[in-house]
Ligand binder design. Structure first.
Ligand code: URA
Length: 220
């Protein structure tokens, strides 16, 4: 099953790398589909690739990535044991904010990754991924407060870059991060005894190859 999930994620990644559905691919070196364990219990969703991510084709490999890895270590995890993705998968020029049509163009890829991985908790990093699940949320008010819905938790955290810019947020970020394990435990209780580690197939279609490229691929 893990093999199938990996194969579907690889297929999505190939589609992302070839994607020209919005303007963001222009001037980039690599698409950054996301990376990590296809069977992950935790999925992190950031904003979009920066300079280093674009060069390497991998998410969170610059300063923010180092900080994320430091936080993961606090809960005895490393980046290969989680899945890390972004709202947009090509680097916005000069690291500007992603535009609504760019996020819309990338949405089918992220939706499909979430469907395939079926994580117990989605940790949002920054306001753009937070807005997917907390449309009117203010990070200063809702960070570290999980929302449990349909057998999954949505857990908003500060973006690592925000913590690096404002180190007074560090203690709060660490405390929020350490709570992730409790959040997972709560979801497992809610999903019942049959929850992961084997993640039994609750969706018979989940591990089949994608039915076809996301809709926007037909644009080119
Ligand atoms: N910031 C993000 O939001 N994503 C990355 O991949 C890197 C930095």
């Amino acid at each position: 099953m893990t093999q199938d999930r990996a194969a579907v994620l690889a297929e999505i990644a190939a589609q992302v790398r070839a994607c020209k559905a919005c303007r963001l691919w222009e001037g980039t070196t690599n698409g950054v589909p996301g990376a990590g364990d296809p069977n992950a219990e935790i999925m992190f969703i950031g904003e979009g690739p920066g300079f280093n991510e674009d060069k390497k084709g991998l998410p969170f490999v610059g300063r923010s990535g180092n900080y994320l890895e430091k936080m993961l270590k606090l809960i005895n995890l490393n980046r290969n044991q989680v899945f890390i993705a972004n709202v947009v998968k090509h680097r916005p020029p000069d690291n500007r904010d992603p535009l609504p049509d760019e996020m819309a163009a990338c949405k089918p890829y992220l939706d499909r990754q979430i469907e395939v991985i079926d994580p117990l908790v989605i940790v949002t990093l920054g306001r753009f991924s937070m807005a997917r699940y907390f449309p009117n949320g203010k990070i200063t008010q809702i960070h570290g407060k999980p929302k449990y819905e349909d057998g999954r938790a949505y857990y908003p955290l500060f973006h690592p870059a925000a913590v690096l810019r404002n180190p007074t947020l560090e203690p709060q970020m660490e405390a929020d991060f350490k709570k992730i394990l409790d959040v997972i435990a709560e979801v497992k209780t809610q999903r019942g005894a049959s929850a992961k580690p084997d993640k039994p197939d609750t969706n018979n279609n989940k591990n089949e190859p994608p039915p076809g490229p996301p809709k926007q691929l037909s644009l080119f």
